[in-house]
Design a protein around this ligand. Structure first.
Ligand code: C2E
Ligand code: CA
Ligand code: CA
Length: 385
């Protein structure tokens, strides 16, 4: 979103009383005097960081005060569209609150017969209401879907590159919405993460993974994506450990994937990994190479597996620099005793190169898309040799 900076010299007016008002300002630098229009008397002086002229964004009525630069001033100009854009991205609860406040404010404002100001307020209120409410609606539909187990779990094969056999799967969630069709986990997982629903989605995934593991050969593992809320919950690890024990499945057959974006706080990440390891679970660094953490810092964490993100695999054949980077990741991982998975392998030449580079496992459309449990069980003979 583009912001506009405006500069004023000392004594220059930002607006006069009676001007049309359709924008607000935040003071970046300097001081601004607000003046009464009839007497030109300074009512107050504003400093950097303060907002003024805000009624102009909500109500295009004429200015009831004047504003004049006291010193050299830099202002950030805010137009109505910028407010509506921002609001549509904000938390639904904040949106709903602002929506209610705006409606009350509108009821209090004197009707000045200016159609455009009324239109603007109506527009702002409806943008807020629509985006806020649709998110609320989606949230409540997701809750219903989770309770009714309408959120599916599918399993994408992970192939051992030395044998070309399926060695395990990654469990991925799918929401089949009655009206909107398949909703991507990118969308609903973040929605679930904003509330405690991620715990419920997570436990659905765990139950199904454990159920599938109990019907697959001992050597097959399943990787599961876990989020911070699950790892922070004290009941999380004991609950899955108990379920595994009840089904006589070894903890090492479930690997927990933690994305690099979750590792901003390295100490926190180290604690999570420690607790998982103590409970017998292997831990994978997911989307490896895409975050902002230093490579060394990440490698200091005792991961069992690094999953090289698909952006690197996409260009590993075409960009020499990416190939070098992947080679570096492989040699570092090997030195530290970690295994490697290449994500997003789509073509045979990528597979061949990754195999040459001694990457342990591959995952991607080249080997197969995510499958349902019944597909896996029906094809077990071919999949596991
Ligand atoms: P991810 O963990 O990186 O999962 C891999 C994603 O890449 C999946 O997208 C998968 O379908 C996609 N993919 C696999 N092979 C290929 C390929 O060859 N080419 C391309 N272009 N894409 C490929 P999906 O299923 O849409 O999941 C998106 C993300 O949502 C996952 O990324 C994961 O971070 C998250 N997610 C999915 N299910 C869950 C869940 O149950 N819990 C949590 N916490 N996160 C989940
Ligand atoms: Ca993953
Ligand atoms: Ca990934």
């Amino acid at each position: 979103m583009a912001f506009h900076l405006k500069y004023f010299k000392p004594g220059q007016f930002v607006f006069h009383g009676g001007d049309r008002s359709d924008r607000a300002f935040i003071i970046e630098k300097g001081e601004v005097d607000i003046l009464a229009i009839d007497t030109d008397e300074v009512i107050h002086t504003l400093n950097a960081g303060e907002l003024f002229g805000e009624m102009g964004v909500l109500d295009k009525s004429v200015r009831s005060t004047a504003a004049r630069a006291k010193t050299q001033v830099t202002l950030l100009e805010i137009k109505p569209g910028q407010i509506t854009d921002r609001l549509s991205e904000t938390d639904p609860i904040i949106q709903a609150l602002i929506g209610v406040l705006l409606k009350r404010l509108r009821a209090l404002l004197p009707k000045n017969g200016d159609q455009s100001s009324d239109d603007l307020l109506t527009h702002v209120a409806s943008v807020i209401e629509q985006s806020g409410l649709s998110k609320f609606r989606l949230e409540s539909e997701l809750r219903t879907a989770v309770n009714a187990e309408k959120v599916q779990t599918v399993f994408q094969p992970i192939v051992d590159l030395s044998t070309n056999q399926v060695a395990g799967f990654e469990a991925l969630s799918r929401w089949l919405h009655p009206k909107l069709g398949v909703i991507s986990p990118f969308e609903f997982i973040s929605l679930a993460e904003e509330t405690d629903m991620i715990i419920e989605v997570g436990s659905l995934v765990f139950n199904r993974a454990i159920d599938l593991l109990s019907q697959l050969p001992e050597s097959i593992f399943i990787n599961i994506n876990v989020s911070a809320k699950q790892l922070n919950s004290p009941e999380f690890l004991p609950a899955i450990s108990k379920r595994l024990a009840d089904n006589q499945i070894k903890a090492e057959r479930l690997k927990l994937e933690i994305t690099e974006t979750m590792m901003v706080d390295i100490n926190q990440a180290a604690q999570w990994i420690d607790r998982c390891n103590q409970a017998g679970f292997r831990v994978c660094a997911d989307d490896f190479g895409t975050g902002y953490s230093g490579l060394q810092q990440l490698l200091d964490l005792s991961f069992d597996v690094l999953k090289i993100d698909q952006v690197f695999i996409q260009s590993v054949l075409t960009q020499e620099a990416t190939k070098t980077l992947v080679e570096t990741m492989v040699s570092l991982a090997k030195k530290l005793g970690m295994q490697l998975v290449a994500e997003g392998v789509e073509h045979e030449p990528q597979h061949t190169l990754l195999k040459q580079l001694s990457v342990d496992y591959g995952q991607g459309y080249y080997y197969g898309k995510a499958m349902t449990k019944s597909d896996i069980l029906a094809q077990a003979g071919q999949l596991f040799g």
